[in-house]
Each structure stands twice: as structure tokens, then as C-alpha cells.
Design a protein around this ligand. Structure first.
Ligand SMILES: Cc1ncc(COP(=O)(O)O)c(C=O)c1O
Length: 542
């Protein structure tokens, strides 16, 4: 071996063995990153100076570096090119998305999780992490279904069953639930070996129908579209039912859609209720949906990716009444359980449900083993359940209750601020902690009440430009942030309009910050280009 090759080998060996002492290479790297992150986070939501196109130039080579480099050199790259150009999702003024601040203890615990590098697919690579994940699933199951102690004693560590599946997020959780629903409907029967064995075509022949469908409201998360695509049901058969004025599924419209499916001989595979819609935070009437699902004999899933933790709150949990009647429920831990990105769960009322999607392999996941991988869509998975366990243990039910109650109170006071402000129109009032609004001065709102449909369309189009421009400029300025979406509103003849969307989940967001969000938006409207839209509106109205 040459001297260089030997040095390379020794260095390679070092990167797996250097201890994390403060003065070691890794220690100083870590320190440097922490310092830099702290400095950066104190100042910005987003770095201002560089456009995404410009940033792309730092990540444009497709060649893997030939030679090893120093960790310190790479750290410098991370500091300059990555950290400084990241989004500070924990900033109290970042109230536009579902990603918010993390409790401080998640960081050191994440390091332990990474250091242990457990693989939850099987007990052989996770040991205590498997029972812990099963416990976390049982805790969330209990939050939803409230079974008695003997139920959990029987099922929590049962090798043949699982109370739920831990996964990387709400998308996989929803897909897992609908996979179970599909396989239950198309289960083995007589000479038919089931959809898992024989596929969709033979299943439709067996069920003597022309297709399968999933029913949910227009406000459903787009992950349901991915699920129907993956499950072979077809996007055309994801039936999105109209909502009422409060963005909740219209149960009469649901009945109509169901009848249309029956006429076409299409079998409803599942009905999905939403507890906390992504865009407006509203909760479907879950009890009514459970009644309907029972009436027509269809699987009932609740997507509570966002709103599930509302169950911690004694004041607000009634909003989710009926959730315990669902066959399965999605909850995202990386949303309102304040766990770092990449943690979701789907819980099943019946511990036998997951058997419908069970898979085994000879080298792992053997029949009768407690390996969780036999019941999950994903294979290798990190020990993220540890962070959910930490949150539940350290914050506790009462702590989460406080967080939920605070968020909802804050959303209500932000709605008050908007309602009393002369320049804004509240579009959807908060039921949980999400609301939507737009810039629309009181004088204009007054005039709009007297306009015909065509004039309203013209004005709304110009207001859309204002919403889009203000949101973009506010994001680029990097001081405060709200997101933007489009909603159909009865008050504007069912027309779609652009709105600001605000998510109040960060406990550090104050009324002063929310006032500043509105002030900044008013200041942006005064900028020449945005003002030109106001001038155009005035011309239409005069
Ligand atoms: C209601 C709802 N369901 C599902 C999802 C998907 O979750 P994830 O992004 O974790 O896959 C989201 C994400 O925002 C959501 O709001």
C-alpha cells in the first residue's frame, strides 16, 4: 500500500471513531454549526440576498468528489451554503405553514437517536425501540379510542398484531389506512385469494362491480390522490364532495355522490373524514360521517394529521366527537406533537386490521416475530418513535392541552385583529388554529356588497394579484411569513379567490408579532406596483 493510500485509510477509519469531545474535529464542527445556526436564526426567517436560481448554482455539479476532504472544510460549506440559505421555520413570525418551533430537548435526543441508529423494521436491529414504538402506538390509540387497560395489556406487545403503524408522515399514514381498507374489502373469499394475491382486475370481477371509490371532501389533503393512484383505484374515483360554507363536508352532497356511484356500480371503498383541513383547519362532522359509513357498510378513516392532538384539550376535544368510531386515524407527530420532521402514525381501532397488509420475509419479519416491519409500508425506519415518547413523557397531556388551547386562542385573537382592521377581510374564521384572510379594505368590501357577479369577478381577480404579490414580497423580505392558497366561496358566487393562510402553532408567536404581520402587509400594498392594482379597482368601481 502506498503512503497516500495508507493515510486515506487511516483518515477513513478516523471518521468512524473520533470521539465527540469539545476539542475534537467533530466537536468543533458541531460547535461551529450550532453557533452559526443560532446567529442565523436570531436574524432571519429566510436569507434575503440570494434567489433560488442563484442558490442552485452551489448544487449544480453531478460529479461525486473523487478525493476525500476535511470535515472542517465541508462544515464551512454547510455554514455558508446551506444553513445561511435555509428557512427559519421556528421563527415566531413564521406563521404560514404547519412546521413550527421544536422543544429544545428534541435536538439532543435526536443526536442520541442518530448515534444509536436503530432500524425499526425488525427487533434484531432495534431491541428496546420496538416495544417503545408499540407503547407509543398504544398511547395514541388510547388518546383516540379510549379502550380499557385489559385491551392494551392484551394487544400492546402481541406478536401477531399491531395497534397502528409508525411511518414518515401523514401521506404514508393515509396510504396505509386506505391500503388496509382496500384489502379488507377485497379479502380472500371462497376461491378468490384476495386482492393482495390476485390484483385489482380479478377483485372487481369477484365483487361484480365496475370500480372502487374513495369519498372525501373538497378540502381533503392531496395525499389521498397519491393513495388512490398507488392502490390502482384511479384518480377519477377519488370523489371530492362539496363542502358547506364552513369547509366541512356537506352530508347531503355526500349522499348524492354515493347514489351516483351506486348507479355506476362503483363500490365505495372508504369514506374519509378530516379533522383539521390543511388549508382552513376545519373539522368534518365525524359522528355524522360514522353514521353514514355504518349505514352503507363502508370503511371509515379520519385524517387527523393536523387536528388529532386537539384530543388533548378538554375544552376543544368535543370538536372531534365521533373520531373513536373511525376504523383508522392518521396523526402526524411532526405537526402538533412538536417532533422533528419525519414522524407520522396511523392507528387502527381493531388490532386485527393490519393483518390485511401483512408481509413476511424469511431473513426477517418471520411469522410470529414481533418485528414491526411486517405491518408497515416502509421497510427500514429510524427510531423516531423515541422522540414522540419524549414529547408525551416530558410535555404530558396537560402540556399538550396548553399548547392546543393557546394556539386556538391565538387564532381567535388574530381573527379579531383582522376583523377590526380597516384593510383586511377575514375569509375563514378559525375552528382550530388555522385561518385565512386577504387584503380588502373596508370601503371596498362595502362597495363589493352591491356589485353584480361580473364586476365582482373583475375585482376579485385584482385582489388575487394583490394577495399573490404581497405574499411573495413578504416572504422575500424574510421578516414575517404567511402562506397562500385558493378557496371557493359562497359569498362570491362559488368563485375561487386567493387568500393568505395563517397557522398559529408556534407558542412563541405573540399578538405584537401578528400585528406586525398585518402592518408589513399594509406597507407592501403601498409599494407602487401593488398600488397600481388598487388604482385599477377604483377605476372599475367609479
Ligand atoms: C390533513 C393532512 N393530511 C395529510 C397530510 C400529509 O402529511 P405529510 O406531509 O406528513 O405527509 C397533511 C400535511 O399537511 C395534512 O395537513
Amino acid at each position: 500500500m502506498t503512503e497516500t493510500a495508507l493515510a486515506n485509510l487511516q483518515n477513513l477509519y478516523r471518521i468512524f471513531t473520533v470521539p465527540e469531545a469539545p476539542d475534537s474535529t467533530l466537536g468543533s464542527v458541531d460547535h461551529a454549526i450550532s453557533e452559526n445556526v443560532a446567529d442565523f436564526l436570531q436574524k432571519h426567517i429566510v436569507a434575503l440576498e440570494r434567489s433560488l436560481e442563484d442558490i442552485e448554482k452551489d448544487f449544480s455539479t453531478s460529479k461525486i468528489p473523487e478525493e476525500p476532504s476535511f470535515v472542517s472544510a465541508y462544515t464551512e460549506f454547510v455554514k455558508q451554503k446551506l444553513v445561511a440559505q435555509s428557512v427559519h421555520t421556528a421563527a415566531p413570525g413564521f406563521v404560514g405553514h404547519m412546521t413550527s418551533a421544536l422543544p429544545y430537548f428534541m435536538l439532543p435526543l435526536s443526536r442520541i437517536m442518530t448515534a444509536l441508529n436503530q432500524n425499526l423494521v425488525k427487533v434484531e436491529t432495534s431491541k428496546a425501540f420496538t416495544p417503545m414504538e408499540r407503547q407509543v402506538l398504544a398511547m395514541l390509540h388510547h388518546l383516540i379510542y379510549r379502550q380499557d387497560d385489559s385491551f392494551y395489556e392484551q394487544w400492546i406487545h402481541d406478536s401477531q398484531h399491531a395497534l397502528g403503524a409508525f411511518c414518515s408522515g401523514g401521506t404514508i399514514a393515509n396510504a396505509t389506512a386506505l391500503w388496509v381498507a382496500r384489502n379488507q374489502l377485497c379479502r380472500p373469499e371462497g376461491s378468490f385469494a384476495g386482492i393482495a394475491q390476485e390484483g385489482l382486475f380479478k377483485s372487481l370481477q369477484h365483487l361484480n362491480c365496475n370500480g372502487l371509490a374513495i369519498l372525501a371532501s373538497q378540502r381533503a389533503h392531496y395525499s389521498l390522490g397519491k393513495a388512490v393512484d398507488l392502490l390502482g383505484i384511479g384518480r377519477d374515483n377519488l370523489v371530492l364532495v362539496d363542502t358547506d360554507d364552513d369547509n366541512r363536508i356537506d352530508v347531503d352532497a355526500l349522499r348524492e355522490e354515493y347514489s351516483k356511484l351506486c348507479e355506476k356500480n362503483i363500490r365505495p371503498l372508504a369514506l374519509v373524514g378530516i379533522a383539521g383541513t390543511t388549508e382552513t383547519g376545519h373539522v368534518d362532522p365525524l359522528d355524522e360521517l360514522a353514521d353514514f359509513a355504518a349505514e352503507v357498510g363502508c370503511y371509515f378513516h379520519v385524517d387527523a394529521a393536523w387536528g388529532g392532538p386537539t384530543l388533548f384539550s378538554r375544552t376543544h376535544r368535543h370538536l372531534l366527537n365521533g373520531i373513536n368510531r373511525a376504523d383508522s386515524v392518521t396523526i402526524d407527530a411532526h405537526k402538533q406533537l412538536y417532533v422533528p420532521m419525519g414522524a407520522g402514525m396511523v392507528l387502527f381501532k381493531d388490532p386485527h386490521s393490519l393483518s390485511a397488509i401483512e408481509h413476511h420475509a424469511n431473513y426477517i419479519l418471520r411469522h410470529g416475530s414481533k418485528d414491526l416491519g411486517s405491518h408497515t409500508l416502509e421497510g427500514s425506519r429510524p427510531g423516531k418513535a423515541m422522540l414522540v415518547h419524549a414529547g408525551l413523557s416530558i410535555i404530558g397531556r396537560k402540556g399538550y392541552e396548553l399548547l392546543i388551547d393557546l394556539g386556538i386562542e391565538k387564532a381567535l385573537s388574530f381573527a379579531d385583529l383582522i376583523n377590526t382592521h380597516p384593510n383586511f377581510e377575514l375569509i375563514t374564521a378559525p375552528e382550530l388554529n388555522i385561518l385565512t384572510y386577504r387584503y380588502n379594505p373596508a370601503w371596498l368590501q362595502e362597495k363589493m356588497a352591491r356589485l353584480d357577479k361580473e364586476q365582482l369577478q373583475q375585482i376579485n381577480l385584482l385582489l388575487d394579484f394583490i394577495t399573490q404579490e404581497v405574499q411573495k414580497r413578504q416572504r422575500e423580505a424574510g421578516k414575517t411569513f404567511v402562506s397562500r392558497t385558493r378557496l371557493r366561496l359562497a359569498r362570491y358566487h362559488g368563485e375561487q379567490i386567493s387568500v393568505f393562510r395563517s397557522v398559529l402553532a408556534n407558542p412563541l408567536t405573540t399578538t405584537e408579532i401578528l400585528t406586525a404581520v398585518l402592518e408589513e402587509q399594509c406597507a407592501i400594498v403601498k409599494q407602487t406596483q401593488v398600488q397600481s392594482f388598487i388604482e385599477k379597482i377604483k377605476q372599475i368601481i367609479v
